[in-house]
Design a protein around this ligand. Structure first.
Ligand code: NAD
Ligand code: IPM
Ligand code: MN
Length: 357
């Protein structure tokens, strides 16, 4: 039990709407758990800030946030501002600057939730994606030559370091072993086409796997994984993939377990030198922004992951249990899950279930 300094960045679109519900849960816990205190610093950054200042965050933004223990992040993105400006101006620099190389994205088919796939029952999909989060295909390396000419040439370079690659693969194996998973790790690559980065990844995977003889391993191509996540998602336990591939398969995993509105994500700096960041997998969701119907459960589950990271295991467990019960009871659900409730009603229901215990 302790006092925790948290940075809160709601961002754009439905980001601030779902973050309000995450804060509601934290406020409830602080008010009802002796000795537990959260000090929030809210940073009003994002596309509105960009319109005013020409920047997504102030020049010293990263320094302003870095004193906090963790960051709770909503989403960024704006229909009228190019994504490379919004994302490269706020979210991606944070993941890189705070060396959040290990991204954890669980996907579980909960009781009360219907998968769009036929014949899947509760618990039948239970996988966790480990996403390399600071390099790979997202490395800010590349260039544009001879713009506007017939010889125009654009390079977008993938970067795989031994440290980054080994760190994410080892994190996946450690999680598999420590969390008593089903003892299987699937590495997702495209080594048949990408002979440098992915072949290197496969080599590192083999080396790390040798330290975990009790864990079954497989290496699959990402196109095959896209197919298997739809036809046999129950076969996957822990998965590990590069930045881009894990990004894509995490949306598939989210939707086969019921909704983008349920999937949480933890961006971890394993060395704890910098803050880790917790957010929903989903984005700004322009199509439902301002309607008050975004599902806040992904964010609330991200809050549970944050509490676990902060050493508040009991509070984390309680939040997870309240989320599961709200889904199981199906009384208060947003439209993505077939209900008519608002974002705020779902947050209230989670708090009510926390109170019921
Ligand atoms: P998106 O995740 O915003 O939306 C995809 C679909 O899922 C939409 O139909 C949306 O309504 C639905 N959805 C998402 N979250 C939901 C929720 N909580 N409840 C109910 N339904 C939900 O993906 P997109 O449309 O590709 O991206 C929109 C913008 O958000 C883009 O600018 C993109 O770059 C940005 N984005 C940001 C982040 C982030 O900040 N972490 C993540 C993904 C996308
Ligand atoms: C995610 C998002 C981001 C990513 C985008 C918005 C840059 O899709 O967190 O999954 O690709 O990492
Ligand atoms: Mn994504």
């Amino acid at each position: 039990m302790a006092e925790h300094n948290l940075a809160i960045i709601g961002g754009d679109g439905i980001g601030p709407e779902v973050i309000d519900e995450g804060k509601k849960v934290l406020d409830y816990l602080a008010a009802n758990t002796p000795g537990l205190t959260f000090n929030y610093t809210e940073f009003p950054w994002g596309s509105a800030y960009y319109r005013e200042t020409g920047r997504m965050m102030p020049e010293d933004g990263l320094d302003q946030v870095s004193a906090n223990e963790a960051i709770l992040f909503g989403a960024v993105g704006d229909p009228d501002i190019p994504d490379h400006i919004t994302l490269q101006g706020l979210l991606l620099p944070m993941r890189r600057a705070y060396d959040q190389g290990v991204c954890v994205r669980p996907a579980y088919l909960h009781p009360g939730v219907t998968s769009p796939l036929a014949g899947k029952s509760a618990g039948g999909i239970d996988l966790v994606i480990f996403r390399e989060n600071t390099e790979g295909e997202y490395a800010p390396v590349g260039g544009r030559l001879y713009p506007g000419t017939p010889h125009e040439t654009v390079m977008q370079t993938n970067v795989f370091t031994r440290r980054g690659t080994e760190r994410i693969i080892r994190a996946a194996f450690e999680y598999c072993v420590r969390r008593n998973r089903r003892m299987k790790v699937t590495s997702v690559t495209k080594s048949n086409a990408q002979a440098f980065g992915m072949v290197f990844w496969d080599e590192v995977f083999q080396v790390v796997a040798a330290d975990y003889p009790q864990v079954e391993t497989e290496s699959l191509l990402v196109d095959r994984v896209a197919m298997d996540l739809v036809r046999w998602p129950e076969d996957f336990d822990v998965m590990v993939a590069s930045n881009l591939f894990a990004d894509i398969i995490s949306d598939i995993a989210a939707v086969v377990t019921g909704s983008m509105g349920l999937a949480p994500s933890a961006n971890i700096n394993p060395e704890r030198e910098y803050p880790s960041m917790f957010e929903p997998v989903h984005g700004a969701a322009f199509d439902i922004t301002g309607k008050g119907i975004a599902n806040p459960l992904a964010t609330i589950s991200a809050v549970a992951m944050m509490l676990d990271h902060l050493g508040e295991a009991e509070s984390s467990r309680k939040v997870d249990a309240a989320v599961v019960r709200s889904l199981q009871e199906r009384k208060v659900m947003t439209p993505d899950l077939g209900g008519t409730a608002t974002t705020s009603q779902v947050g209230d229901e989670v708090v009510r279930l926390l109170w019921e215990g």
